[in-house]
Design a protein around this ligand. Structure first.
Ligand code: XXG
Ligand code: FE2
Length: 339
């Protein structure tokens, strides 16, 4: 344990990636995309806010959309195991010199109890909470399921100029690493880290940051992923399909990346694997392996590497970004065609 860790106290016990709150400039357009097309269920709605959840989620929401002037990430949120872990999170981040803000129940996001929001060492707005309203089980309400039938939030993917620093920060929060993309000298281009026993709760894409790269939403079956693409084609909204459908090398998931009306990126994702054994080992991909990002070798479009959503500070203002030193898109990466 370093002196810094001692001062900051133990890390909070993080259960999982729980929800993301996005600002959108057109709430009606966002409602069409996230609720009608993706099939998230509306749990709460007022003139400025929509709280949405997937069919398997027994808590109030996993995606929150708020009307705002600029499309941005307001915050990502992790659920912690006990109410005391909220206090631990506050001490942990304050001890690292990070700005923190207590958000009492009913003063923050609808349905969420006492929480703490921080700007983490990577510059991201992150909330930690334990209490959240319960919600009705919808998994077998096949009569209500529609669109891509999203089942739950799976992960956040964030852009940062310093992937090794992001790895070290999340490791200090008790996250484990399922997969990486590395150069020949093991320089780290990307990493996938988890608390729940799947491939990830969070992944890092090297590039200008802090920015939100995408939210990963799970479906039960690959035909749900294909249906979203078919419906977009039928509506002549094909420009919202950015990458895929395809099979990832990393994670093995079947995937599709879409852009919402504000440009926020979402991935529909299914069929990754269990990582909960205590001796689960990190799987390392070489950056020159053309199967790493698409197992069939399809090229990754440039916008996927370059574009992302800005993030807010604790006061809701959009934060500046720093450029990345090591960008995978500028490495000689064969099938990506971006070298
Ligand atoms: O969730 C993911 C991703 O981070 O979105 C991207 C799993 C794998 C990949 S990759 O493009 O590296 O195959
Ligand atoms: Fe993803």
């Amino acid at each position: 344990m370093t002196t810094g860790e001692h001062r900051a106290g133990p890390a909070p016990d993080v259960v999982r990636a729980a929800y993301a709150q996005l600002t959108v400039t057109d709430l009606a357009g966002a409602r069409w995309f996230w609720a009608d097309l993706l099939g998230l269920h509306v749990q709460y709605e007022d003139g400025d806010t929509l709280c949405l959840r997937g069919t398997d989620e027994l808590t109030h929401h996993s995606v929150v959309l708020r009307r705002g002037d600029v499309a941005a990430l307001d915050h990502i949120a992790y659920r912690v195991r006990t109410p005391e872990d909220v206090d631990r999170a506050e001490r942990f981040f304050a001890g690292r010199g990070c700005p923190t803000l207590r958000v009492p129940a009913r003063e923050g996001t609808p349905g969420v109890g006492d929480a703490v929001r921080v700007v983490d060492p990577l510059g991201f707005p992150v909330e930690f909470f334990h209490d959240i309203e319960r919600a009705e089980r919808l998994i077998q309400r096949f009569d209500l399921r529609h669109g891509a039938e999203v089942s739950r939030l799976d992960h956040f993917n964030i852009c940062t100029p310093d992937v090794p620093a992001a790895y070290a920060h999340y490791a200090s929060l008790g996250f484990r690493c399922s997969e990486t993309i590395e150069g020949d000298a093991h320089e780290l281009y990307a990493a996938w880290m988890y608390r729940k026993p799947t491939v990830h709760d969070v992944a890092f894409t090297s590039g200008a940051g802090p920015r939100l790269h995408h939210l990963g939403l799970a479906t039960h079956e690959s035909h749900h992923v294909l249906r979203a693409a078919d419906v977009l084609g039928a509506l002549h909204q094909e420009h919202r399909i950015e990458r895929g459908p395809g099979r990832h090398g990393v994670s093995n998931a079947f995937y599709l990346y879409l852009r919402d009306p504000d440009g926020h990126r979402v991935e529909i994702y299914t069929s990754d694997y269990y990582t909960g054994d205590p001796d689960h080992e990190t799987y390392r991909w070489n950056v020159r392996d053309d199967r790493r990002r698409d197992f069939w070798g399809n090229a990754v479009v440039a916008s996927w590497y370059k574009e992302a959503s800005p993030v807010c500070g604790l006061d809701g203002t959009v934060q500046p970004v720093s450029d990345g030193a090591l960008e995978e898109s500028s490495a000689r990466v064969g099938a990506d065609g971006l070298g």
